[in-house]
Structures are given as C-alpha cells and as structure tokens.
Design a protein around this ligand. Structure first.
Ligand SMILES: [Zn+2]
Length: 308
C-alpha cells in the first residue's frame, strides 16, 4: 500500500505503474487462455439485463465477432427504468415518480441503440423486452399469473412502444415467451450472458432464465458468461486506465476464465459506446470507464451438462 500511496502521490497511473501495484492479479490475467474466436456466418446473441451491460461486458467481443463476419444481436431484458439517482440527474426532477422513471427508460433505450450503432450492430438486430428494472428476480420467483408491479415506474405491463411485446404483463411466463421469441428469431450459435456469480439480482435472474430456456431447447454449451458486478470494488482501479488488464472479479475467482484481448482502437471504440450511455456516464463514470481495459473476461458454464 505504501507503493500505491507513493505512485498516487506522484500522479503515476500508467498501465506499467499499475502492473507494479497489482503484480499477482495482473499475472493471473496474463496467464489465462484466449477466449475462442468467432467465424463468418456465426450468430451471436448478447443477453443484457440493462442498457450499458452489453458494452461493459462485451464491446470487445462484439467487435471481434463482427470483424470475423459473424452476425451480432442484442436483447435487453429491462430498460434500466429503476435507477432513481439517474432520474434525479437526467430527468431534472428531485423526486422521481413513475413518469420520470418511464421517461428515463425511453431515454436509455435510445442510448443503447446509439451504443450498439457505435459498435456496428444494426438496428434491426436489437430487441428491447422492457421488463421491470430491479424486479426480475422477484418476478421469476413469484412465477405467478398476477403481474409483478415495478416498484419504480408502478407499471405492471411493458410500457414501451419500442418493446418486442408492448403491454405484455410483468410475469415470468411473459418474460420467457418474449425471450423465447428472440431465441427463435436469432437462432444463436453463441450466447453471451451474465454469470449467476454476478452480484446484481437482475443479472442473476437474466442468467437463470436464459440458461433455463437454452436447456429446455437442448441448446446448452453455447453460453459464454460474464460478470459486471464482481464484488469488492471491482473493477479495480476505478476510472479510465486503457492498456491495463481487467482483473479477475472476486465473486468469480474460481471460474475458468478466458481472456478477450482488445487493441487500443477496440478500447477506444468501447469507450465511445459507453459514452453513448450518457445518463449512466453522468452518475457513475469511473465505474463505467473501469471496463475499458486491455481485455474482457468470459467463462464457459461450469454446471454439469445433462447427458454429458
Ligand atoms: Zn446491469
């Protein structure tokens, strides 16, 4: 820590100085095997709980897939309409109510569309499901015909006209039907989705429902998992440190990670995609920028595969 304090005091935070600060963690990432690449004609689906996760986890992977000639699709399960602090700043209201949070959801759909554009994913490859931010796990566990009410917008049905099924009730059956429709349309060879080790309940719910649907279709084995909320202040250090590795998240320390290496240009494009999420950049820029690193991390599923 003395070294950290010294380097910080002199404003030294170059990638090589940071490697001195985190020697073991850096060596762990360097020793990881490379993630499998993509092939022309492959169909890749990114399953994103909120607008911004697609870029945080996978902006580099998306660029690699497109460069290889694969088709990339993105589905967002929520529109990020439960972020009250964000609504306070972005919608200029001190006490955000349903309407302000719903407008925030609309804005975040637009931001996600712009971010996808920066990465080169066409508009007709984007699916917004519009389920309630902050309530996905509750909705799945309720597994009831009675719709779950968003504690933020107050909605019990998908309120967004751009959604795949506007007006669909906030039920587990409805969410599974919509996500199933996306899987039918995309027929993905590779699915990039959150790990259940991710700290955020919406991310855990996204992981569970996606893996359940893939298993029901006999389509396991194509998942590549990522973590955005990795515990213990991860990713360290916060802020923009292009060229420094994304270290292994504490919550996923035992997972069999693989490394996706990003060139400086790919890191710049990732930063531009994240900047498209202007509402998020306004409230937590140092967290978002901490994902613009020389690598991303993906892991295959570790649960035993039925029949194998
Ligand atoms: Zn998220």
């Amino acid at each position: 820590m003395l070294l950290a304090a010294l380097l910080a005091a002199f404003g030294i935070n170059s990638p090589s100085a940071l490697r001195l600060l985190y020697p073991r963690a850096t060596a762990e990432v360097t020793a990881l095997p490379a993630a499998p690449g993509y092939r022309a004609g492959q169909r890749v689906l990114v399953v994103s709980p909120h607008p911004d996760d697609e870029s945080l986890c996978c902006a580099g992977s998306i660029q690699h897939a497109l460069a290889a000639g694969a088709q990339v699709y993105i589905v967002w399960l929520t529109s990020g309409d439960g972020f009250e602090l964000d609504a306070v700043l972005h919608e200029h209201t001190l006490r955000p109510r349903g309407w302000a949070l719903e407008r925030l959801g609309q804005d975040r759909i637009a931001e996600a569309t712009r971010a996808a554009g920066v990465l080169g994913v066409p508009r007709d490859h984007l699916f917004f499901l519009g389920y309630p931010d902050g309530s996905l796990l509750r909705l799945l566990r309720a597994n009831s015909a009675t719709p779950t009410r968003s504690r933020y917008t107050g909605a019990t049905r998908v309120p967004y006209r751009q959604a795949l099924s506007p007006g669909a009730p906030y039920t587990a059956a409805s969410l599974e039907r919509d996500l199933g429709t996306v899987l039918d349309r995309v027929r993905p060879d590779v699915v990039l989705l959150p790990s259940t080790a991710d700290f955020h309940p919406d991310h855990q719910a996204t992981s569970l429902v996606t893996q359940r649907l893939l298993a029901a279709r006999g389509e396991q084995g194509r998942e590549r998992l990522w973590i955005v909320h990795g515990g213990l202040e991860w990713p360290v250090p916060k802020g923009l440190h292009e060229g420094f590795p994304l270290l292994i998240p504490p919550r996923g320390h035992r997972l069999p990670w693989t490394r996706v290496d990003l060139t400086p240009e790919e890191q710049d494009t990732k930063l531009r995609a994240l900047r498209a999420h202007a509402s998020q950049m306004a409230v937590m820029p140092r967290f978002l920028k901490a994902f613009v690193r020389s690598n991303e991390l993906l892991t295959p599923p570790t649960a035993p595969q039925p029949g194998k």
